[in-house]
Design a protein around this ligand. Structure first.
Ligand code: AMP
Ligand code: MG
Length: 440
């Protein structure tokens, strides 16, 4: 897209121009737990039937149905208990006529048996040890020997989970495109998959700029403030699904910033900077990145890429930079430095970038209509304003939190939504409906 430097970009023009240059990351094979939240890119089939063998769904007695058919409370049938079958048993007793094997949930149904009588339908047996003493060491004829009185008969196959009743061998376990949440990860483990091929989480490097910045646990000197952006943005990147790396604050020196960014390219799928993008004398990001071409290796400017600085019709967040830099054409988003501007910019532009690279939806935050409880007296004409607010789901209303000042980090910490005041709207009456971006 070619625009003069004086072009005023709308929020959606800027966003579309960024997302239009990006594609999901190439798939990689990951350990199951590292793939959580990622999108599967392969059809995964079930290699072995699930469950892999007939097993009991209850603690009780494995029996032959003919032996128990006549059982009632008044006339229980009496069976010889020939042994125990615990979960994990490999060595199974054969249940003959008039016999039963004490069985635990998940244990294989022994040969000869056709059903399981739950322990509640019996007298609990005599002569055997209590169930709690059972171990996974298969048959223990001595331990359980004795008799059991059955006062109700199971039907054939009752309380038995048949082989393949959950999933048959060869069937599709999960199709490509599935986002792996806890139950999907459980299924993959159940069918024996230790690794899967997914789109990885993007590695997002966050760095803030400003010679005034000191770390949170350091003392403030004159004119100094704590670096909050690199923390908020790293947390936001993680929240969006990225693997986020926080690089501490970089001073307002062009060469230092260039060197730092160049160092970070090796591990970054996305670079996010804050500060230094407006028109001040020390707007170092703008200075360092507008002419980045020469500074990245021997390749031509085209290979190194360039960052374009734009003026957006939005408040906060008017100055924004975007480009693709370095040998891999790594996307870089340069956000303004005011903490609220940086955060709002992240929500509107960086979050969708992360979701797009992961190939997972929703790419954008949900937007709902809500009645604005308090009037907005003045909103800038020609700019889309994002005010911080608290959204009440029950009443479908939104209340502004704090003012429009883009330094108000405390108010931001008490908000969970952004109230959108459109470009042409200069005031909102109390009770009027507005778009609200829900911040999750
Ligand atoms: P800049 O965009 O660099 O001109 O910064 C705009 C305002 O945001 C200034 O008041 C900065 O001190 C402040 N600011 C910039 N970076 C940060 C940061 N990382 N944490 C907190 N405040 C910042
Ligand atoms: Mg600055």
């Amino acid at each position: 897209m070619t625009h003069g430097t004086d072009h005023l970009w709308t929020v959606s023009e800027h966003l579309d121009s960024i997302l239009g240059q990006l594609a999901p990351l190439d798939p990689i094979e990951l350990q199951l737990l590292d793939a959580q939240g990622c999108v599967l890119v392969e059809d995964v089939r079930v290699p072995v039937a699930l469950p892999p063998f007939e097993n009991s769904s209850m603690d009780g007695y494995a029996v032959r149905v003919a032996d128990t058919q006549a059982a009632t409370a008044e006339h229980p049938c009496v069976l010889d208990v020939i042994g125990d079958v615990a979960a994990g048993s490999g060595d199974l007793p054969t249940v003959g006529p008039g016999q039963a094997a004490r069985i635990m949930t998940g244990a294989p149904l022994p040969p000869g048996a056709e059903a399981v009588v739950p322990v509640e339908w019996t007298d609990g047996g005599t002569g055997g040890g209590p169930a709690t003493t059972m171990t996974a060491h298969s048959v223990d004829p001595a331990g359980a020997a004795g008799e059991v009185r059955v006062h109700r008969s199971p039907s054939a196959g009752q309380f038995v989970r048949s082989r393949g009743s959950d999933a048959a061998a060869g069937e599709l376990a999960l199709p490509a495109g599935t986002v792996l949440g806890p139950p999907q990860i459980g299924l993959l483990a159940a069918i024996g998959r230790g690794t899967v091929t997914v789109r990885p989480r993007p590695r997002v490097v966050v760095l803030s700029t400003g010679s005034e910045l000191v770390q949170p646990d350091e003392e403030l000197g004159p004119g100094r403030i704590h670096d909050s952006n690199s923390f908020a943005l790293t947390a936001a990147a993680r929240d969006a699904g990225a693997i986020a790396y926080r690089v501490g604050a970089v001073t307002d020196e062009v060469e230092t910033l260039r060197a730092t960014i160049e160092d970070q390219l090796i591990r970054a799928d996305v670079i996010v900077t804050s500060g230094g993008v407006s028109v001040g004398a020390y707007d170092v990001v703008k200075e360092a990145l507008s002419s980045l071409g020469d500074s990245f290796g021997d390749d031509a400017v085209a290979a190194a890429g360039q960052v374009e600085f734009r003026t957006l019709a939005m408040q906060p967040g008017k100055p924004q930079g975007f480009g693709r830099i370095g040998p891999d054409r790594t996307p870089l988003l340069a956000l303004p430095g005011n903490p609220v501007s940086a955060y709002v910019s992240f929500e509107l532009f960086v979050r969708p970038v992360i979701r797009t690279l992961m190939g997972v939806g929703p790419v954008h935050r949900d937007v709902v209509r809500a009645a604005c409880v308090v009037a907005v007296e003045h909103s800038p004409e020609g700019r889309r304003q994002y005010l911080r607010g608290h959204y009440d789901r029950t009443s479908g209303t939104v209340t502004a939190v704090g003012g429009a000042g883009s330094h108000l980090v405390k108010a931001l910490a008490y908000s969970d939504a952004l109230i959108v005041v459109p470009e042409e709207t200069t005031s909102v009456a109390a009770g009027e409906e507005v778009d609200v971006v829900l911040l999750g």
